[in-house]
Design a protein around this ligand. Structure first.
Ligand SMILES: Cc1cc2nc3c(=O)[nH]c(=O)nc-3n(C[C@H](O)[C@H](O)[C@H](O)COP(=O)(O)O)c2cc1C
Ligand code: SF4
Length: 594
């Protein structure tokens, strides 16, 4: 009865809407630290949906637990930069302190310790999540402190604030990070200009999406505006799951007004009354501050009815929290998740601009894209279009991590060279840079004159630096594990293929690999590229192909003999990896966008 009452009030808080299922499950899990079978049954009854749907959704997201998970759930971020900072040694230290076994809940039901994919704190790793709350810069001393807090059974809300202090590390500002746009200024300019003139400004600015695929923002907004539907929606993609990317975290921390301003400008242009910000679960700590910004904007007349005094212009924004699924960054999977379902990418076409949230016209843009759109609405498309290169207008924010003296956030006009960036962040003896995360490109020293731009090195933001001491085979192996872990399992080529890639890399790592195993990777590549349902599977071989091509000795020293079968054309395989999805200058994810 007590359980029923608790769940009833949660469901009521969300208006009994099955679309809020993920949020409801997140809140329900707070009660006991996991989701017991009786909870799932009860939620199914309260929401009037099949129990299988509730269990199916709960089973999909890695932060939701269908088995007893411990009063404290401690997850160590396991990006390659966390590895380089010693996360596994710290995890072992933690296990030793509390007599724990990785991946298991302690017998007394107190602690579960495990790893999780990149938590977006690569500039201040190693990082951990405790019951969803991020703790950066973990050291053996911090581990000891946390072990004492847990052993004393102190609730996480009462832990010292200093543990949770996250730095912004903004190192280099340009038009976006340097802007001092007053809240409401871009909205007023948009209202004054009208929706068509604002759309024209976005189009003439040549702004392209900053989430990876680089699709023309003006064209996307226009298609959505022109699409027929009862309601139009604006969605801000703040899932930021690509390992090595954390610029959206900083934008949401320090520039939330600019993000919401851009979403509101978009709403005016496309005719939307409702917007969502899909915030990755790892950024749980940002939920409260973002809600406060929304409340302030409502009070100031920048959200709600008759925004800025414009009769009939009503728009509001709701925040949805993810629950540990990288695939929900893919826009159609994100929309599924917003609708309270498993985050499985949809068949496309139709695209979200015509059939998005609840099959209504929906514009999905990255956090940084909305910020840029707000600046353009205020200062014009011509001004923006003059910044950057001919094919890449404006600036790009990079999240720099790895072997450099000054990791953090850097904003540059497009066209900046990799060498310049390396110099600015204090990188020395650099061997390789992974641009745009595992699904992007790994370059070596001969390519440092290349430029950050859609026409050369496109990036969603990640810029991971590896110096000469690093083993690029281990970097690629970490990425292979990432893809296998994050594959949603919907299609066989990706589900099986990413696991096979891991098996091969682990075998080589153990010193038991042969030429056959390497050829196996090259054979899997065309299968994954051509028959995977979405960008995750299509790009899963990229880091392996890149490192085999550029850092072959890292593989060779683990193999007894390494001779490619003569028929194998590695350059051709790499070329196909970058172009097969039909976008010769595609962004990080190589997906087929609108
Ligand atoms: C596997 C996968 C993960 C993705 N993750 C993100 C993400 O975390 N953030 C993001 O903005 N876009 C991500 N995308 C791209 C989105 O699908 C979409 O193109 C983007 O949100 C559109 O916004 P934009 O036009 O402003 O770039 C991802 C794509 C794929 C295939
Ligand atoms: S390619 Fe992978 S992530 Fe994408 S739908 Fe298929 S199984 Fe899911």
């Amino acid at each position: 009865m007590e359980r029923y009452a608790g769940l009833y009030s949660i469901v009521e808080r969300y208006g009994g809407e099955p679309t809020a299922l993920l949020q409801i499950l997140r809140d329900a899990q707070e009660i006991e630290g996991w989701l017991p079978p009786a909870t799932l049954t009860c939620l199914a009854q309260l929401l009037g949906v099949p129990r299988a749907r509730v269990e199916g959704v709960a089973g999909f997201y890695s932060f939701l637990h269908l088995e007893r998970a411990g009063r404290y759930r401690v997850l160590f971020s396991d990006n390659i930069t966390d590895r380089m900072a010693g996360n596994i040694e710290l995890l072992d230290h933690f296990c030793n302190r509390l007599w724990l076994e990785r991946g298991k809940t302690s017998e007394d039901g107190l602690v579960l310790v495990d790893t999780t994919s990149c938590t977006g704190l690569c500039d201040q790793g190693p990082a951990i999540l405790v019951n969803g709350w991020a703790i950066p810069r973990v050291t053996p001393e911090r581990i000891d402190e946390i072990a004492v807090l847990i052993r004393s059974r102190i609730p996480v809300v009462n832990w010292p604030d200093g543990l949770f202090l996250i730095e912004d590390n903004i190192r280099c500002k340009d038009i976006l990070l340097g802007s001092d746009l007053a809240p409401g200024a871009a909205i007023r300019a948009t209202i004054a200009a009208g929706p068509l003139a604002t759309l024209e400004a976005i189009q003439s600015s040549n702004l392209r999406g900053r989430g990876g695929a680089g699709y023309a923002t003006g064209l996307k907004w226009q298609s959505c505006r022109n699409a027929t539907g009862d309601l139009h929606y604006v969605v801000c993609n703040a899932d930021e799951g690509e390992p090595g990317t954390f610029k959206d975290r900083v934008l949401l921390t320090r520039y939330a007004d600019l993000v919401f301003e851009g979403m509101t400008v978009c709403a005016f242009v496309i005719g939307a009354r409702k917007g969502f910000l899909y915030l990755r679960g790892e950024y749980r700590h940002l939920l409260g501050p973002l809600q406060e910004v929304l409340a302030r904007r409502r009070a100031d007349g920048l959200l709600g009815a008759d925004i800025c005094g414009q009769a009939g212009f009503g728009f509001d924004i709701e925040i949805h929290l993810g629950a540990g699924a990288y695939i929900c960054g893919e826009e159609s999977a994100l929309i599924e998740s917003l609708e309270g379902r498993r985050g499985i990418p949809r068949n496309r076409p139709p695209y979200p601009v015509t059939h998005g949230y609840l099959q209504q016209p929906t514009t999905v843009n990255n956090v940084e894209t909305f910020c840029a759109a707000a600046l353009i609405a205020l200062r014009g498309g011509e001004w923006y279009g003059k910044i950057g290169t001919a094919r890449s207008a404006g600036t790009k924010i990079l999240s720099i991590s790895g072997d450099c003296a000054r990791p953090g956030i850097y904003e540059y006009p497009f066209g900046v060279t990799v060498r310049q960036v390396l110099q600015d962040c204090g990188a020395e003896h650099t061997q390789a840079v992974q641009i745009s995360g595992p699904s992007g490109t790994c370059i070596d020293t001969t390519e440092f004159e290349r430029c950050i731009a859609f026409e050369d090195l496109p990036t969603a933001g990640a810029f991971m630096v590896f110096d000469e001491s690093r083993d690029l085979f281990e970097v690629a192996r970490n990425f292979a594990h990432f893809f296998a872990h994050e594959s949603c399992g919907f299609c066989t080529p990706c589900r099986v293929g990413t696991t096979l890639l891991c098996n091969v890399m682990d075998k080589i790592h153990r010193g038991m690999g042969s030429q056959h195993d390497l050829n196996q990777i090259l054979r899997l590549n065309p299968v994954l590229q051509s028959s995977s349902h979405c960008g995750l599977g299509q790009t899963a071989c990229n880091p392996l192909l890149d490192t085999i091509k550029r850092f072959r000795p890292a593989y060779e020293r683990r193999l007894e003999s390494l001779e490619f079968e003569p028929a194998f054309d590695l350059d051709g395989a790499l070329e196909r990896a970058r172009t097969m999805t039909g976008r010769e200058d595609a962004g990080a994810h190589l997906e087929t966008d609108e």
